[in-house]
Design a binder for this molecule. Structure first.
Ligand SMILES: [Zn+2]
Length: 179
């Protein structure tokens, strides 16, 4: 690895740690989980019906070193893409911010529940959701990417091509699921 690359990895790591800390500062419990129900790279859950638990952000990483603190690698030494995880974390912090602003409505939560239930059903219904629910889900996803982008900009992030790619991929997953 060249000197320049290690310098850039180092600043990426600094941003990763600071963003994780920001999410905690905003009241979220941030942690790694090894398994995602639908193959997600991460998720945000406000746990509104479970106030003792509070809002949580999950970054999916197999063989994580520690559950509730940012770490650079896995216990089995398989390399981790901190860039991809950082983009995921930023997106989930975007969902956290959206929720804190009151943008996550009851209607959105209900659309999310419907989506989860129908994703688990075989055969899968197409289209998965009616157009109203679909729009609620799509708008919240776009908004979370926008708010996540703002977080990274504040922290001095510069690798916007990587973020744009992650955003496109994230939105494409929903486009595919929603049919
Ligand atoms: Zn999302």
């Amino acid at each position: 690895m060249s000197h320049e690359e290690s310098a850039s990895q180092e600043s990426l790591w600094t941003i990763y740690v600071r963003l994780w800390g920001r999410a905690e500062g905003a009241g979220a419990y941030v942690k790694y989980e090894a398994h995602a129900p639908f193959g997600e790279a991460g998720w945000f859950h406000p746990h509104v019906d479970e106030p003792s638990r509070g809002p949580e952000i999950v970054v999916v990483r197999a063989h994580y070193e520690e559950r509730s603190a940012p770490t650079k690698g896995r216990t089995d030494k398989t390399p981790v893409s901190l860039m991809l995880e950082l983009c995921t974390l930023a997106h989930e912090v975007g969902h956290l911010r959206s929720w804190l602003k009151g943008n996550r409505t009851k209607e959105y939560e209900s659309a999310l529940l419907t989506m989860g239930g129908r994703l688990a059903a075989v055969p899968r219904r197409t289209p998965l959701l009616d157009s109203g629910d679909r729009l609620l889900i799509e708008n919240e996803e776009k908004s979370a990417w926008q708010l996540g982008r703002r977080e990274l900009r504040d922290l001095g992030f510069v690798d916007w091509n990587d973020f744009d790619t992650a955003e496109r991929a994230g939105l494409a997953v929903y486009a595919e699921i929603l049919g």
